[in-house]
Design a binder for this molecule. Structure first.
Ligand code: ZN
Length: 97
């Protein structure tokens, strides 16, 4: 199954709506011409955000302020603890895959 970034799917639909040919759309977005009718029939299936393993990139919080001893990992860090945040994230990620 092929997946495309959401903006690619949106652009594809809007190009076709504007009356662009499949050939032009294919050329501009780098999608095979034969795939375009399939995407138009069911765009939801081709969105990367619909892919089961897809995890949006979560930006880590920016820490400011004094250092505390983290109750969970014992490191001296600015709160919230980035070490624990990364550990939780990778653990979560591993479980999902
Ligand atoms: Zn910690």
């Amino acid at each position: 199954m092929l997946y495309f970034d959401d903006w690619v799917i949106d652009e594809l639909i809007s190009m076709i709506d504007r009356g662009e040919t499949h050939k032009n759309t294919s050329y501009k977005l780098g999608i095979s011409e034969s795939t375009i009718p399939n995407i138009l029939r069911n765009p939801y299936n081709y969105r990367i955000s619909n892919k089961k393993e897809y995890q949006p990139k979560v930006p880590l919080s920016t820490n400011v302020g004094p250092y505390y001893r983290c109750k969970e990992c014992g490191h001296e860090v600015q709160m919230p603890c980035k070490i624990c945040e990364i550990r939780k994230y990778t653990k979560f990620h591993r479980m999902k895959v």
